[in-house]
Design a protein around this ligand. Structure first.
Ligand code: GDP
Ligand code: MN
Length: 397
């Protein structure tokens, strides 16, 4: 589950990570009040207005703007709230902005320069250990840094038995070229950041940029925080931060029905039991010249009720031109699934207007095929993988 920047920053701050101060606002009036409050608390004269959507690259899309007066806070907030923000990480339609974060301006001029760094915490799946990945090239797209100047990206792997050790935090500060107060601040920053990551059961922290202010403080200016969904049951406070407006409506509904569904761009809907088979089925569709419209794992009990729920979810996508059902009958017998498909189809009356290809393999596959073939419905059955692929290709052409 992804958090908004303002939520991520609050989480970091609660673990002692220094952050750029800010207050979330739902409209221009609230933004002006927030700006006044920040001026009282921090003395800042300028403010930054930041769109709160689950996507990076907001600055490039016009979703992060500097306001040099309260009038500008008001007009900029008015422009940003309600806009469909398009960034390199959103679709072409963009993401609707419902709220902004009003922050203090922390790039104020001083005797020494500010610098921007990149710091993330994530799991290295290769070694099974958490690592801190960091770079002197903050504020930039880290993928670009990785491509053009990979030697400017460093990693620090953490032994789960000991946690992050003090010398490791110092090495981070050293590699970032810091000294004096900024060095001390950075060791404190990464230590607190790592603790926050572990204690919140997060799967990704990406802080870009981490700022060294002109008075040598180190703080998070941005925060991308993803919490591990599997750990949300023990973080009720974090689970409550979920913003359903940021998620695909179909995916939310599928989740409520207990279906594992991911909306994709293609035209062939798929209904599969088991995530591995679902992936293989998507490959099969591609090889047959189609594009999968979704990933859908109906789970172990593919009975009529679940099959019907899955049909309804798949058919909400107007792009779907055919549906491929690929079920392996291991624990669940194929004939029961076939009966489920026939019942669901009949229940739905005229709702199904696209051809359906069913491949059932495993226990009682032959009985299942007879059931489908004699149902009188517009459903084609296949036993072999290739046969199913050929039939998908035939209905698409
Ligand atoms: P992103 O574009 O979605 O990654 O959003 P960020 O939170 O990283 O903000 C984009 C950029 O806005 C940053 O890289 C900074 O250069 C700039 N920015 C953020 N906070 C301030 C600030 O307090 N003052 C000024 N002048 N610029 C800021
Ligand atoms: Mn950023």
């Amino acid at each position: 589950m992804n958090l908004h920047e303002y939520q991520g920053k609050e989480l970091l701050s609660s673990f002692g990570v220094r952050i750029q101060r800010g207050i979330v606002a739902q409209n221009a009036k609230e933004a002006v009040a927030a700006a006044k409050k920040l001026t009282e608390e921090t003395g800042t004269g300028w403010h930054v207005i930041k769109a709160q959507v689950h996507a990076g690259g907001r600055g490039k899309g016009g979703g992060v703007k500097l306001a040099k007066s309260l009038e500008e806070v008001e007009t900029i907030t008015g422009q940003i709230i309600g806009m469909d923000l398009v960034t390199p990480q959103t679709s072409a339609e963009g993401k609707r902005v419902h709220q902004v974060l009003v922050t203090e301006d922390v790039y104020y001029p001083g005797e020494t320069e500010t610098s921007e760094f990149y710091v993330s915490v994530l799991l290295n799946r290769g070694t099974g250990r958490n690592m801190i990945m960091y770079s002197t090239e903050g504020g930039m797209d880290i993928e670009t840094v990785a491509e053009e100047t990979p030697h400017l990206i460093f990693t620090e792997e953490v032994d789960p038995a000991t946690g992050l050790l003090p010398f490791q935090a110092r090495r981070v500060a050293f590699n970032l070229g810091l000294s004096g107060l900024a060095f001390k601040e950075m060791t404190k920053f990464v230590t607190a950041l790592y603790t926050a990551y572990v204690k919140s059961d997060s799967s990704l922290f990406e802080i870009n940029p981490v700022l060294k202010t002109s008075d040598n403080k180190i703080m998070a200016v941005d925060a991308k925080v993803s919490i591990d969904d599997n750990a949300l049951f023990r973080h009720k406070d974090l689970a409550a931060l979920r913003d359903l407006r940021e998620e695909s409506a179909i995916e939310v509904e599928a989740g409520e029905l207990g279906l594992n569904y991911v909306d994709l761009e293609g035209n062939v809907g798929c209904m599969v039991n088991g995530a591995g088979l679902a992936m293989a089925t998507m490959d099969l569709i591609k090889q047959a010249g189609g594009e999968p419209a979704n990933f859908l794992d109906v789970g172990g009990t593919a009975d009529a009720a679940r099959v019907e729920a899955a049909f309804r979810i798949i058919l909400k996508d107007p792009e779907v031109k055919a549906i491929l059902i690929n079920i392996f009958g291991g624990i669940v017998r194929c004939d029961r699934v076939a009966q489920g498909i026939v019942d669901a189809y009949k229940n739905m009356g005229d709702a199904i207007k696209v051809p359906i290809i069913v491949r059932l393999q495993g226990t009682n596959a032959d009985i299942a095929k007879k059931l489908i073939d004699s149902s009188g419905l517009d459903v084609q059955s296949a036993v072999q993988f290739q046969e199913a692929a050929d039939k998908v290709q035939a209905v698409l052409n």
